[in-house]
Ligand binder design. Structure first.
Ligand SMILES: Nc1ncnc2c1ncn2[C@@H]1O[C@H](COP(=O)(O)OP(=O)(O)OP(=O)(O)O)[C@@H](O)[C@H]1O
Ligand SMILES: [Mg+2]
Length: 255
């Protein structure tokens, strides 16, 4: 659990005229669920996109699964992309494809597996995220918000990734749905041995599933660690997040 699989060192990110990160560093250990917390616009999604190479930092270094993303070759990128799964903030299912087609799309894109095997893998992934076979032929418009998140998660798991990136996986879910989804994430991490990076605004998720997390603010990581440590950090941005949370943590005696 102590091996570092993602390390972000002193990155500077600029998008258009906006300076998004200015000397941001953090690291994720194998097997942990790592949270990215911070106000809207603090650069959480951008940081996640940098880890999967959709955005490039202007300077600094990102190392992921022993590759330096700043000097990686195209062949290495192609191999690396199969080792992670992503659930984007928007959920982003293809509306014209059924559930089974949405889940199978990466397998069709990245592998030469026969259709019967792809169908079988899709069925397994559907069950893995708690959906029945009956959901396979539905279209996204026929799904509830919670089901959409589960299908997007099944798609992220399609290639049996080692790393899972989740951008606000519980946003838009009611508290019961969000709690169920949190437990699903925990269960999948334990069963599949995943390392998970999860952007979240949800303090309940920080409470229940996240092992360690970073608080983004002032274009940097202003605090990093487990809940018990971060909550004691005097930085005003951290304190603002956890206002009132101290009582809860004390009454629960930690996570
Ligand atoms: N393509 C882009 N061009 C210019 N600015 C961008 C671009 N994408 C994002 N930004 C800006 O970068 C900043 C960080 O955006 P980002 O989406 O990473 O924030 P976030 O922390 O994920 O916010 P939220 O919690 O609202 O999702 C925002 O100010 C946003 O307007
Ligand atoms: Mg975001």
């Amino acid at each position: 659990m102590n091996k570092i699989v993602i390390s972000v060192s002193d990155i500077v990110t600029r998008l258009g005229l906006n300076l998004i990160h200015d000397g941001l560093s953090m690291s994720v250990k194998r097997g942990e669920i790592y949270g990215l917390l911070g106000g809207s616009g603090s650069g959480k999604s951008t940081l996640l996109k940098e880890m999967i190479m959709l955005v490039r930092p202007e300077s600094g270094e990102i190392r992921l699964l022993e590759h330096n993303l700043t000097s990686i070759t195209l062949t290495e990128i192609a191999k690396l992309q199969r080792r992670w799964g992503v659930l984007f903030q928007s959920g982003a299912l293809y509306s014209s494809l059924t559930v089974k087609e949405n889940i199978g799309i990466t397998l069709r894109e990245y592998t030469c597996l026969p259709d019967t095997l792809i169908q079988e893998i899709v069925r397994v992934k559907l069950r893995m995220v708690g959906l029945s076979d009956g959901a396979a032929d539905l279209y996204p418009s026929q799904l509830s918000g919670g089901m959409i998140k589960r299908v997007a998660l099944a798609r992220a798991l399609a290639m049996d990734p080692e790393l899972l990136f989740l951008d606000e996986p519980t946003s838009g879910l009611d508290p019961v749905g969000a709690e169920a989804f949190d437990h699903l994430i925990l269960e999948l991490r334990d069963i599949l041995g995943l390392t998970i990076v999860m952007v979240t605004h949800d303090l309940d998720s920080i409470w229940t599933v996240v092992d360690r997390f970073a608080v983004l603010g002032d274009k940097k990581v202003v605090a990093e660690g487990c809940l018990a440590d971060v909550i004691e950090n005097p930085h005003p941005i951290v304190q603002q997040f956890f206002k009132g949370a101290r009582g809860k943590i004390r009454s629960q005696n930690g996570k």
